[in-house]
Design a binder for this molecule. Structure first.
Ligand code: HAS
Ligand code: HEM
Length: 578
């Protein structure tokens, strides 16, 4: 790996992970606020909504995006054996770092308490939006100037051959990323920044929300597909050392289904949106069931790959229906098998995430769980489960290879995902069941619902909130184990040549299936479906709604801010409130 490109990839891993330490800390704080263990508006100078924003943005936006770009760079380098351009890499990296620092400044100084779903009417300092834009634009630069040219050149040099599966997954995912950025860029540039700068005084909030969610749900698949890429290519190989992927075409077909169905689904976040007609929401609900199909396909393909590989290696379990599960190296220090724990713990969590996702998607059932803690329960087993564990595992793996170092404290590295799994499972149980009993999300419950002195006191939620705080400590312990191994590895002496390689399973069934390797037709249909599925909703929110113009607000009081949060003193706000 060319020296400065290697530095960039390492930077794309280490920088967001340093921030992730704050992100995880704020997760713990959130659990403590909600359980009433912290009974205050703020803790150590960070307010409740400020901490919630920092937690969501750092963990779900910054950490994921940067590590996904690092993984993409590494995949393109390793599988296509074509160099990446240092200038492109540095521009992309510096934009992401500067953007993140700008947004971090706004969040840490309390000027952007807008949560990670930053749609209007909450308004942040312009630095937050410009920073976010830099991060996102920086993340797509490698696709245009490194990956796409290398992909095209490779195909020319290898006519009739399929691109390696990992490259296929990463490439598809990043093209989807570019498409989904379009609606969010529109609301940021034309609605949020003008309101935040004081150029406009009012904006159409339903429109902003709709454009945000047109990005916000495909976003979850941008997080997920890199994990699936690892499950298809790395996991089957390392589970026995020479395992196989059951079917290459099934994997590619799953990615294609994501191209088609990831976009026309965003209204399932807006089932309660008054401005949009019900029928369109129902159509998005049905497409949402469609987008669950490639995940089910993945579940079966991964399980079949594990079963086949294990039965090949251990003839004694060949006739067993379930006993082969016991041969999976859940906890193993041998070679790269430590990574198996990350994927298996992640898969077990995702099984729950899938079920809760379907509950969310089921239109009328959604009305029971929407805006309750059921929803954070769901996504801590998806993005906070399989996705985070895969990214933590692959980060440790890439750092050790790229720096030529052995994994230090491997025992801790192997136990970490299991603690995370156990903690998240308890957390999910507590959050979901409390959610079904009506416990709201995004509220400083320690001051209200969990406070015996408050008229809002709801004793039936106390046990669940305390259980989720207990679970939070277990997850944090898992993270500490991982961090000791990660930083221990970085700080240890170099023992090998610096390399870049990924264990890769070959496919048992490897049909040519040319239709699965031509991306343009699939993306054309996908964009058409996206536009068609959103036209009626956009018509509704701009023409039929009743709330066209709303001023901006901040989290401090329910009085509109007619001037941007940044330009107003706290005092003025309080005076207005009075
Ligand atoms: Fe979701 C809300 C529906 C997947 C993330 N989701 C969220 C939010 C986030 C999020 C962050 O329809 C909150 C947004 C906010 O702040 O308001 N979600 C779904 C559906 C799926 C789904 C149908 N979500 C994800 C993924 C995420 C993610 C993936 C991140 C990476 N979600 C919703 C809905 C809402 C929502 C509503 C709005 C709720 C509301 O009211 O606000 C599907 O894609 C899920 C399909 C998955 C499966 C599972 C397949 C199983 C596998 C594991 C197999 C295990 C094996 C091991 C082989 C069908 C692959 C063996 C294990 C054994 C136990 C035997
Ligand atoms: C929100 C805990 C890790 C993503 C929350 C909330 C809690 C929490 C209690 C607030 C729920 C609410 O009131 O609505 C934790 C703990 C973690 C952890 C204890 C681990 C130690 C993660 C990870 C991710 C993540 C790894 C993603 C990569 C989010 C997001 C939100 C959230 C996106 C929603 C923020 C919002 O509502 O604006 N978390 N979390 N969390 N968490 Fe975590």
């Amino acid at each position: 790996v060319e020296g400065s490109v290697k530095t960039v990839i390492l930077g794309e891993i280490i920088f967001p992970i340093l921030l992730l330490v704050f992100g995880i800390y704020h997760g713990l704080m959130q659990a403590l606020y909600r359980a009433g263990i912290i009974k205050d508006m703020s803790f150590l100078g960070i307010e409740y909504y400020q901490g919630l924003t920092l937690h969501g943005v750092i963990n779900a936006v910054v950490f994921t995006t940067m590590v996904i770009v690092a993984f993409g760079n590494a995949v393109f380098l390793y599988y296509l054996k074509k160099p990446l351009r240092p200038a492109v890499q540095w521009v992309s990296f510096l934009m992401m770092v500067i953007g993140t620092l700008m947004a971090a400044w706004a969040m840490f100084t309390g000027k952007a308490n807008v949560l990670y779903t930053f749609y209007l009417p909450l308004v942040a300092h312009p630095a937050f939006y410009i920073g976010a834009a830099l991060l996102l634009v920086g993340s797509i630069i490698p696709l245009f100037f490194d990956w796409a040219p290398n992909y095209i050149a490779w195909r020319k040099e290898h006519p009739g051959e399929k691109v390696p599966l990992a490259v296929f997954g990463v490439f598809v995912n990043h093209i989807m990323w570019v498409i989904m950025l379009v609606p969010v860029v529109i609301t940021v540039v034309f609605q949020m920044i003008p309101l935040s700068l004081g150029i406009t005084q009012e904006e159409n909030v339903s429109l902003s929300r709709t454009l945000f969610w047109a990005f916000g749900h495909p976003l979850v698949y941008f997080w997920l597909l890199p994990a699936y890429t690892m499950l298809y290519t790395i996991l089957p190989k390392i589970v026995t050392g020479d395992g196989k992927l059951y079917s290459d075409s099934a994997a590619r077909f799953a990615f294609i289904l994501f191209i088609l169905f990831s976009f026309p689904v965003g209204l399932h976040h807006q089932f309660t949106e008054p401005a949009v007609t019900n029928n369109y929401k129902l159509i998005h609900a049905l497409f949402t069931f469609g987008v669950a199909v490639p995940s089910m396909l993945t579940a079966f393909t991964v399980a079949a790959s594990l079963e086949y590989s294990i039965k090949q290696k251990y003839p004694e379990v060949r006739d067993s229906l379930f006993y082969w599960w016991t041969k999976i190296p859940y906890i193993s220090l041998e070679g790269d098998k430590w990574l198996v724990s990350y994927f298996m713990a992640g898969l077990f969590l995702f099984f729950v995430g899938g079920i809760t996702g379907i509950v969310n998607a089921s239109y009328n059932v959604n009305l029971v769980v929407h805006n309750t803690s059921f929803v954070p329960g769901h996504f801590h087993t998806t993005v906070g489960g399989l996705v985070t564990l895969s990214l933590l595992g692959i980060s440790l793996y890439m750092v050790s290879k790229l720096m030529g170092k052995d994994i230090r404290f491997k025992g801790l590295a192997v136990l970490a995902p299991w603690l995370w799994w156990q903690g998240m499972l308890i957390f999910e149980y507590a959050m979901s069941v409390a959610g079904i009993h009506g416990f709201p999300r995004r509220t400083n419950a320690g001051l209200s619902y969990l406070n015996p002195e408050s008229p809002l006191y709801r004793p039936e939620w106390v046990g669940y909130a305390e259980l989720s705080a207990f679970a939070a400590f277990i997850i944090v312990l898992g993270f500490v184990f991982w961090a000791v191994s990660f930083f221990g590895t970085i700080l240890s002496p170099k023992v090998r040549e610096e390399t870049l390689e990924f264990p890769t399973a070959s496919a048992l069934h490897d049909e040519k299936a040319p239709a699965l390797n031509r991306l343009t037709p699939w993306f054309t249909v996908s964009v058409l479906l996206f536009v068609l599925s959103y036209l009626p909703a956009l018509y509704d929110v701009t023409k039929r709604g009743v709330f066209f113009d709303s001023p901006g607000y901040n989290d401090k009081n329910p009085v509109p801010i007619t001037k941007p949060q940044s330009a107003k003193e706290e005092k003025t706000n309080t005076a207005e409130a009075k």
